[in-house]
Ligand binder design. Structure first.
Ligand SMILES: Nc1ncnc2c1ncn2[C@@H]1O[C@H](COP(=O)(O)OP(=O)(O)OP(=O)(O)O)[C@@H](O)[C@H]1O
Ligand SMILES: [Mg+2]
Length: 329
């Protein structure tokens, strides 16, 4: 009788694939709500209500043993540059879930649906990006950014994913489960109304939801899409020192990425104030992307020029209209 020879019984199993499956089990279990909340609050400024509510919601939904729908379909609504996309990324980080990020401005025309869901047999193209990525990582966090820009028919194709717990790849015909996934949709439609409603109904979630749905419907969101959203989180416009915090964070991130560090008290208040006023002047159209670009344009060259310097700590001071980088000995 011949026996199977081995050193390690796991030689017979693709261990990496097994570990991936085990990781999915663990991401199904209840989560550390206080830890998650603290993590979000430490990263995302001025959105405390959202940072507290998101972990609670996720925890409740993950505790359900049998799910026939995704863990959650959440809408992050609010003005540009308030941390909607950023918070979704931080969620994926904390939950150790793969982030599948789709910028829905790329799906404004009906024919682009094939990029997400696959092309029919006989047509150019292959399986869809959404379907194949979800097949590979069923517990992903799917971020559908700027959802209101997507073609309405494309949005409707997400309804089976949210209602029935699966999507079908058009190319392969394979049904792919969405019951382990989290869907985050972001939008800046109806920003002013939502801002006002979130104040008025701060303590009354039922009325808030109803009136928010109404406002979004008036902003042309399809009712069947709205009715499938589990929860609407309203992001607040950043004001005062919170804007200063975001500005400062952006500066520090850029400086760090170039191998320098900022000295304590090393950013002159005039610089922060100027940038805040500039953002304010740009008004509702100002986004944090403009902010990051502005900061880059104004300090990047100096920092690159200083790269060879012996000292790696810097201070930023205002010089006329420009920003000067000073090395701290
Ligand atoms: N509340 C915040 N806390 C910390 N950083 C923030 C916050 N808001 C914005 N930022 C910074 O600005 C960058 C851009 O923000 P983000 O992309 O999340 O904005 P958004 O709300 O998604 O805007 P849009 O509606 O234009 O997509 C982030 O990567 C982050 O660095
Ligand atoms: Mg965004």
């Amino acid at each position: 009788m011949s026996a199977t020879k081995y050193n390690d019984p796991l030689d017979f199993v693709d261990v990496e694939a097994l570990q991936k499956l085990m990781q999915q089990d663990s991401s199904d279990q209840a989560i550390d709500v206080p830890g998650f909340t603290a993590y979000l609050r430490a990263s995302v400024i001025g959105q405390d209500r959202v940072c507290e509510d998101v972990p609670r919601q996720i925890n409740r939904r993950m505790a359900l043993e049998k799910r026939t729908k995704p863990v959650g379909v959440f809408l992050f609504a609010g003005p540009p540059g308030t941390g909607k996309t950023y918070l979704a990324k931080k969620m994926a980080d904390f939950l150790k879930r793969t982030l599948l990020h789709f910028d829905m401005t790329n799906f404004m025309q009906a024919h682009t649906a094939s990029m997400l869901f696959g092309s029919p047999q006989g047509y150019v193209g292959g399986p869809g990006k959404l379907t194949s990525d979800l097949d590979a990582t069923p517990n992903a966090l799917v971020l559908l950014d700027e959802i209101e820009k997507a073609d309405p028919d494309i949005l409707k194709r997400f309804l089976t994913a949210w209602n029935d717990g699966f999507v079908t790849d058009v190319r392969t015909g394979k049904q792919i489960s969405t019951t382990k996934a989290i869907f985050i949709l972001t939008s800046n439609a109806a920003t002013d109304q939502l801002d006002e409603l979130s104040e008025r109904y701060a303590e009354d979630p039922d009325n808030l939801r109803q009136s928010a749905v109404k406002a979004l419907q008036e902003a042309k969101f399809a009712p069947e899409v709205l009715s499938r959203i589990d929860r609407i989180f309203i992001f607040k416009r950043l004001t005062g020192l919170n804007i200063a915090k975001v500005v400062t964070l952006e500066i520090v991130a850029l400086v760090d990425s170039l191998g320098f560090s900022v000295a304590k008290g090393g950013i002159s208040p005039e610089i922060v104030h100027d940038i805040m006023k500039r953002q304010d002047k740009l008004g509702a159209t100002a986004s944090s992307r403009d902010l990051a670009r502005f900061i880059e344009e104004n300090i990047m060259d100096d920092l690159i020029a200083a790269k060879g310097a012996e000292h790696k700590q810097i201070r930023l001071v205002k010089q006329g209209d420009a920003i000067r980088v000073e090395l701290v000995p």
